[in-house]
Design a protein. Sequence first.
Length: 467
Amino acid sequence: MTHPRKVHFIGICGVAMSAVATALWQKGFRVTGSDSGFFPPVSTHLTHLGIPYYPGFHPEKMVAGGVPDFVVVGNAIGTQNPELLYAQNHGIPFKSFPEVMGEYLVQKHSIVTAGTWGKTTSSALLAHILTHAHMHPSYMIGGVTQDGSPSAAIGTGEWSVVEGDEYTTAKWDQRAKFMHYRPTHLLLTAVRWDHADVYPSEESYFTAFKTLTTMVPNDGLIVVCRDNAKAYELASASGRPLVTYGTHEEATYRYSDLSESRDGITFTITYHGKRYTIESPMLGAHNAENVTGCFALAHTIGITPGDVSDAIRTFRGMKRRLEKRYEHEVTVIDDIAHSAEKVRSVLSTLRRSYHGTIIAIYEPNSGNRTPQSKPQYDGAFKDADEVIIPRLTKLKVDEKNPEKTFDGPELRDTVAASHDNVRYIEDDTQLVQHVTASRKDGDVIAFLGSHGFRGMIEETIKGIAGK
């Protein structure tokens, strides 16, 4: 009798790591995991499934119940991690997360979605479309969908959809993660210099994507946004078969006639003179671009326009990306907008979609609490009627590189330099009472930031629903 293979995940609490751990567990692997800390929803999900995990890194716990057949190492794990060192010293095979993806999840027909933005939503929607078309795909998404579907699965079909992250594979492998995914079909959303900590120049960033385009076989396909000049340039230079999408008049799949409301977006896709009406419950004009890219790829691989449109109509989007946590007369929005630029985009979308008062509760991440970020706040909240700064989550201090960060009142004053209705409310209960008072039909309460707001979203929903 053969025993199931044991695999241990070092750094299991990340969304993608825990999702792939779950996918292997569902395929019969014995899975264990460790990390520096555990928080819902990952911790509750692992507990519900019965996957053993523990806080901290303890080699004796890693080998309890049997030595792992191999160890999966997250890209945030340092080379001096005790469990990684133990694996190296005792001959236990260890692999990076992208290596495991390439070995166990990527299939014969490999769709990789890549780009500076739009890849999470696009990969999730493509997986949803292929599932709807009964193609039983394998997939991995670097986020959580609003309908609660798993973020990774190993299907029985010959197709896979993988979010192609350009960040590094592991501490010992500085290649982009997407180098491991063997794309036969590439959806390239946009290319603009990012991750300066890994790519010190525009050219180094562009080179990574250039390499990705040339990994597509000569009989493969690249679907690229025609509106993004650099993405189109790189895709065209690859010499691979090309399909384009966007608003550009030369796009193969061109979208137009966009309409936004609190119910989502409606627009038209034109392909070779044929027009298709698309309805999506997702908010945001940018999602028309994401949807059109997915429509183009899905249609090109043989899924009928009707099936694609039906799937789009039932895809609600990703958690914490313009997520409607509550919707009745008053709407409560949750979004991971932790910077001034992201806030500007989210509030612009809400202003176009809703007719009532918009209240924004904002808590930035650490990089957007510094004096250097101050100029970015100029006019960022212009589409909000009121801005509230809550008590800010305490940050860990880097003693080697201490940097002054705003406290709540300083952030309030920074935003107030270009907005006439900004307040700081330190007490969470008072904040909830304030935002739920005198709300009327069409109003929006938007929680924007990278932290969890200490239960204020849930209490706000209770306050509104009880009125």
